[in-house]
Design a protein around this ligand. Structure first.
Ligand code: PAF
Length: 271
């Protein structure tokens, strides 16, 4: 496995290869591994990037304490059959006073974008750069970051990028907690409280399976499960992130975000 930090070196290594790409911020877990495995099984060359992207963190967020496990990450990639890991520094990626990508005014600034204004500007900025460096045929993103996935797909379409975005299922621990690099911040009591997020979504799923379609009713019943969580939003939207009044099967996402202690967590289910 190659470990490359120079943009030019990576570009020349990848020249004319059909690449599957998994962009990450490191601290890899089973969720990342499932994206990596999918890419390895579908492409002759898989590249994983590990870059904690400063422009997607807001002032006061966890940029400085974001978990770093580079050695373990490289081992995971190697064992999974990754061909190259791109491990750039901030100055390899960013320049002073550079051109800025803006997330779309509405869908980039609702839900996650309302809680973290500007977050998606930074995500799109770095993902576009990474796509231009790696030039992947396929790029793999987890459905856990549902809005990110939607906006990256939109960017690929709007900017006529020659990449297919592959959505990958959420991976959960046995007790239902969606895997996240930020779960390491939770102490045992907080981890138990955090289960309320997946439980609220499970309740939504059950209500919908039982025939409930009224979005406001489902929201209010699910919020009951979240009393120990400082909820930022519990919302139900269609696959295009439009608000809806009534559940439409195969076109609905139920999303929740909240804080347990100081840790901010998100989760969702696709109906
Ligand atoms: O989902 C993530 O880990 C990040 O937002 C991404 C896509 C790697 C961009 O920094």
């Amino acid at each position: 496995m190659e470990v490359i930090s120079s943009v030019e070196e990576l570009k020349s290594y990848l020249k004319d290869k059909g690449v599957g790409f998994v962009p990450t911020m490191g601290a890899l877990h089973e969720g990342h591994l499932s994206l990596i495995k999918q890419s390895v099984s579908q492409n002759s060359t898989t590249v994983v990037s590990i870059f904690v992207n400063p422009t997607q963190f807001l002032e006061g967020e966890d940029l400085d304490k974001y978990p770093k496990k580079t050695e373990a990450d490289l081992k995971i990639c190697e064992l999974a059959g990754v061909d190259a890991v791109f491990l750039p520094t901030i100055s390899d990626i960013y320049r002073d006073n550079e051109l800025i990508i803006k997330a779309p005014t509405i869908k980039g600034y609702i839900l996650e974008g309302a809680s973290r204004p500007g977050h998606f500007d930074g995500v799109l900025q770095v993902v576009l750069k990474l796509f231009n460096i790696v030039n992947p045929k396929y790029a793999y993103f987890g459905k856990k970051d549902a809005q990110q996935l939607y906006l990256i797909k939109q960017m690929a379409g709007d900017l006529f990028l020659d990449v297919e975005i592959i959505p990958c299922d959420i991976v959960r621990d046995g007790d239902g907690l969606a895997l996240s690099s930020r779960n390491v911040y939770l102490n045992p009591q907080e981890r138990t409280k955090a289960l309320a997020l997946s439980k609220s979504l499970k309740r939504a799923g059950k209500l919908i399976s039982a025939g409930n379609r009224d979005v406001e009713k489902i929201k209010s019943l699910c919020l009951e499960v979240l009393k120990d969580v400082d909820v930022e939003y519990f919302e139900i939207v269609d696959y295009e992130f439009n608000t809806i009044d009534s559940i439409e099967l195969n076109n609905t996402i139920v999303l929740v975000a909240g804080r347990v202690g100081t840790t901010r967590l998100i989760d969702n289910i696709w109906i």
